[in-house]
Design a protein around this ligand. Structure first.
Ligand code: AMP
Ligand code: GLY
Length: 422
C-alpha cells in the first residue's frame, strides 16, 4: 500500500513512525513533512490546503491511502475532493469537520443529541452578548466561533474581562473566526481527552490522554499548543469512558448521520470530568498534538489497520490490541514560546539517542541545515517514551531530554504530575 500523510508536525511524525512499522505499508510519503520525518520517510513539498494539487499528486504517485493530520485541510474540503476522486482517505468531510471549525455548530449538535455540555448562548452582536454575560455573571467563557489556532477561548474571571473579550472578538481580533461568539458556563473538574475512531456509523475507542496546555510548572502561565501529554488518563476510567460514549459521542455520531453528514476519521473529545460525570468541552476532528505522539507510541503498527478500517467503513470488525502500558511525551520548545521565540538554534545529541518501540524523539518544528538539525518552530521536539508504568515512561522520556543539547530551548519538568502523585 502506498500511503500519503498530510501535515508537518510532531503528530505527523508519530503517525509516520507507526504506519512504517506495519508491513502493509510499501511506500510512505509525508507532505510537507519536516526534518525528523525526512529521516524515516519521503517528504514532498505540497500545498496541503490546495485540494486540486493533492488529488493530482495522489494520481501521479499512485497513492492508495491518504491520512490527513491537521484540521485546516479537512475544513478546506481536501478529504471530500479525494473521496470524490475515488481515493481512500482517513478524515472527515468539510461538513463533518464543522464539529471543530464552528463552536456554535457543535453546540447545536449537542442540543439535538442531548449531550451534556456547558450551558451557552450564541451571539452575532456585542450588545446581546454583553447582556447575556451581565445576566450570568463571572467566571464565564467567551469563545470565537471559528478556527482561531487555539487562541479563541477567553476564560473571563470578571464581567469586565468578558466584556473586553467580546469587544476584541467582534472588533476583529480573531478575523473571521470572531464574527460570531459563543458564551459558555465555566465548568469545573478535571479535563481529559478521549480519542475514538468513527466510520460514519460505528465508534471504536483508541485511547485516552491528558495534555498540559499551560507553559509553566504546575499548569500556570499562558496557554500553548501543549507542553506534554501522557496516556492513559487515569481520570477517564472505563466507567466514565462508557458514559462519554453513550451520552456524548454515539448520540453526536447519530445526529451527524441523521443530518446527512456522517463523520469518518478520528474524533477527539475534550471532556470535563466532575463527580464521575463527563461533559463535553469541545470536539476536534483530528488527533491532538502532542496527544497523538503518546497514542502512536502505545498503538504502534496497528494504528494503520485501525485508520484503514475507519476509512473503509469496517470498524465493527476492528479490534484494538491493548497493552497494559503507559506513554509520555515531553515537548522541548524554543525560548520565548508561546510568545515570540528564538529560531535557528542548532540541536545536538539526537544522533546518540537510540530509537526503539519504547522511545522516540518526534520532530515538531525543525529544519535540517548542512546536516545539522536546527529549531525553527515554537514547539521543536516531542521526546516520547513508553513504559510499564507512567513513572517508568517519564523516567525514560526525561533521560532523553537530558541527553539532548538544545541551549535555545526549555521544557516543563512536571509532565504527568497529576497522574504521578496518585
Ligand atoms: P478549547 O479551545 O475549546 O479547547 O478551549 C481551550 C481550553 O479552555 C479548554 O481545554 C479548557 O481548558 C478551557 N475551556 C474551554 N471551555 C471551557 C468551559 N466551558 N469551562 C471551563 N473551561 C473551559
Ligand atoms: N494538544 C491540544 C490540541 O491538539 O488541540
Amino acid at each position: 500500500m502506498n500511503i500519503l500523510i498530510l501535515g508537518s508536525g510532531g503528530r505527523e511524525h508519530s503517525l509516520a513512525w507507526a504506519v512504517l512499522q506495519n508491513p502493509k505499508c510499501d511506500r510512505l510519503v509525508v507532505a510537507p513533512g519536516n526534518a525528523g520525518i525526512a529521516l524515516i520517510a519521503e517528504c514532498a513539498a505540497l500545498d496541503i490546503l490546495d485540494a486540486g494539487a493533492v488529488v493530482e499528486f495522489v494520481d501521479a504517485e499512485a497513492i492508495d491511502f491518504v491520512i490527513v493530520g491537521p484540521e485546516a485541510p479537512l475544513a478546506a474540503g481536501v478529504a471530500d475532493r479525494l473521496r470524490d476522486a475515488g481515493v481512500l482517505v482517513f478524515g472527515p468531510s468539510a461538513a463533518a469537520a464543522q464539529l471543530e471549525a464552528s463552536k456554535a455548530f457543535t453546540k447545536s449538535i449537542c442540543d439535538a443529541a442531548q449531550a451534556p455540555t456547558a450551558a451557552y448562548g450564541h451571539f452575532t452582536d456585542a450588545a446581546a452578548a454583553k447582556a447575556y454575560v451581565a445576566a450570568q455573571g463571572a467566571p464565564i467563557v467567551v469563545k470565537a466561533d471559528g478556527l482561531a489556532a487555539g487562541k479563541g477561548v477567553i476564560i473571563a474571571g470578571t464581567v469586565a474581562e468578558a466584556d473586553a473579550a467580546i469587544d476584541d472578538m467582534f472588533g476583529g481580533a480573531f478575523g473571521g473566526a470572531g464574527a460570531e461568539v459563543v458564551i459558555e458556563e465555566f465548568m469545573t473538574g478535571e479535563e481529559a481527552s478521549f480519542f475514538v475512531l468513527c466510520d460514519g456509523t460505528d465508534v471504536l475507542p483508541i485511547g485516552t490522554a491528558q495534555d498540559h496546555k499551560r507553559v509553566g510548572a504546575g499548569d500556570t502561565g499562558p496557554n500553548t499548543g501543549g507542553m506534554g501529554a501522557y496516556s492513559p488518563a487515569p481520570v477517564l476510567t472505563d466507567a466514565i469512558a462508557e458514559r462519554a460514549l453513550d451520552d456524548i459521542i454515539r448520540p453526536t455520531m447519530q445526529e451527524m448521520a441523521r443530518r446527512g453528514t456522517p463523520y469518518q476519521g478520528v474524533l477527539y473529545a475534550g471532556l470535563m470530568i466532575e463527580n464521575g460525570a463527563p461533559r463535553l468541552v469541545e470536539y476536534n476532528v483530528r488527533f491532538g498534538d502532542p496527544e497523538c505522539q503518546v497514542l502512536m507510541m502505545r498503538l504502534g503498527a496497528q494504528a494503520l489497520d485501525l485508520m484503514q478500517a475507519a476509512a473503509e467503513g469496517e470498524l465493527t470488525r476492528a479490534r484494538v490490541n491493548w497493552a497494559d502500558d503507559h506513554a509520555m511525551t515531553v515537548v522541548l520548545a524554543a525560548n520565548g514560546y508561546p510568545g515570540a521565540y528564538d529560531k535557528g538554534a542548532v540541536i545536538g545529541g539526537l544522533d546518540d539517542l537510540p530509537a526503539s518501540s519504547t522511545q522516540m524523539v518526534f520532530h515538531a518544528g525543525t529544519t535540517a541545515r548542512d546536516g545539522r538539525i536546527t529549531a525553527t518552530g515554537g514547539r521543536v521536539l516531542n521526546v516520547t517514551a513508553r513504559g510499564a508504568s507512567l513513572a517508568e515512561a517519564a523516567g525514560r522520556a526525561y533521560d532523553m531530554v537530558d541527553a539532548i543539547d538544545f541551549p535555545g530551548g526549555f521544557c516543563r519538568r512536571d509532565i504527568g504530575w497529576r497522574a504521578l502523585k496518585d
